[in-house]
Write a protein that binds this ligand. Structure first.
Ligand code: PLP
Length: 374
């Protein structure tokens, strides 16, 4: 008889997450749990399942590559790696890539690259910002509840209010290696900064010699209706970090830097990063996103119009609604009615569905969410 995995989880897995549903299958924007309940997935693995669940082109690319070569080490040229790097350069408009296995690790790489190329030590980041859970990425993550228990952390980081360019200009000095910013803050609950914010950061970085590092781990790969959210602003960062939607759920991250900014021999490395299967999944994912990207903003509008009574905010398929204390109750009611949504920080309901979600699925999801919000 099959063991009860909830019981096994309670006994053997560290209780760092609180969870009730066990998802066992996915296709497109739908998932099914172990009790046979079907859901429209407006969480999408937290903005990871960009092409939906088990997109046939991604599955084929992973299987074909797995039959050929799963791993060989970065000691050798890795199949698909340079090809994926080329695609990332094309879609970011930057110059050179280094792969990682996650978003946090991409940010770790960006911290190292900024430090070694500027010769400076400190960073500036923003209130409510989230950049990951490893020690370096946590040091630049604002939320005290998750950061402070692990202090002292490195690198030294000053936090200024998200959107406040005067405070930023004051905080950045001759020892600032870089400014880390999310184009839209995701974990904070989809917070959109003022229109001139990224442009202002660019100017402050140019004046001070600090690098502008845009964390597109959540907002990237077509999520907001462009490949990257910074592309809505006309600003070009020095470094962009990517992960989540890059390979449809196969773990991979990347940092992409402008011309002249690169690691030299021996300065960085990773055993698994940029492996053949991850890169095959990334290449296939980019191909699929290319097909659906022109429709992302329109689909986002469908959500926004449908949820208008609750004052949603967002860009493309990244939408937040301030719900307050009722957020987890709303999340549960939606799940009971076949729609997965997620509560980000501070009672903000967050919708980050697969980019392939259909108009009919949006209509159904909007009906369920509106009913749950009351
Ligand atoms: N940066 C941002 C903006 C994120 O939203 C996240 C994860 O939610 C991370 C970094 C960390 O990514 P990972 O969980 O892959 O380490």
């Amino acid at each position: 008889m099959e063991k009860d995995s909830r019981e096994l989880d309670a006994r053997y897995y560290m209780p760092a997450f609180s969870r009730t549903i066990k998802i066992v299958r996915g296709a497109g924007s739908r998932v099914w749990d172990d009790r046979g309940q079907e859901y429209i997935d407006c969480v999408g693995g937290i903005a990871v399942c960009s092409t939906g669940h088990c997109h046939p082109k991604v599955v084929r690319a992973i299987c074909d590559q797995a039959k050929q070569l799963i791993h060989c080490s970065n000691l050798y040229y890795v199949p698909n790696q340079a090809e994926l790097a080329e695609r990332l350069v094309e879609i970011t408009g930057l110059a050179k890539v280094f792969f990682s296995n996650s978003g946090a690790e991409a940010n770790e790489g960006a911290i190292k690259l900024a430090r070694i190329r500027t010769g400076r030590k400190k960073f500036v980041a923003f209130t409510h910002g989230f950049h990951g859970r490893t020690c370096g990425s946590l040091a630049i993550t604002h939320k005290p509840a998750i950061r402070e228990p692990f202090e002292p952390l490195s690198p030294p980081c000053t936090f200024v209010d998200y959107g406040d360019l005067d405070a930023l200009a004051e905080a950045v000095d001759g020892d600032t290696a870089g400014v880390f910013v999310e184009s839209i803050q995701g974990e904070a609950g989809v917070l959109i900064p003022p229109d001139d914010f990224l442009q202002g950061i660019r100017e402050i970085c140019d004046d001070s010699g600090a690098l502008m590092i845009v964390d597109e781990v959540q907002t990237g790969m077509g999520r907001t209706g462009r490949w990257f959210a910074f592309q809505h602003t006309g600003v070009t960062p020095d470094i962009v970090t990517i992960a989540k939607g890059l390979a449809s759920g196969f773990p991979i991250g990347a940092l992409v830097a402008r011309e002249g900014l690169e690691f030299r021999k021996g300065e960085h490395g990773s055993t698994f990063a940029g492996g053949p299967v991850a890169c095959a999944a990334g290449l296939a994912t980019i191909g699929v996103i290319e097909e659906v990207l022109p429709d992302v903003s329109r689909k986002g509008e469908l959500f926004m119009k449908g949820l208008a009574l609750h004052t949603p905010r967002g860009r493309g398929l990244m939408i937040g609604i301030s719900v307050g204390d009722r957020c987890s109750e709303v999340q549960q009611t939606c799940a009971e009615n076949g729609v997965l949504v997620n509560c980000a920080a501070d009672g903000n309901l967050r919708l980050i569905p697969p980019l392939v979600i259909t108009d009919e699925e949006i209509e159904t999801a909007v009906g369920v969410i509106n009913a749950a919000l009351g």
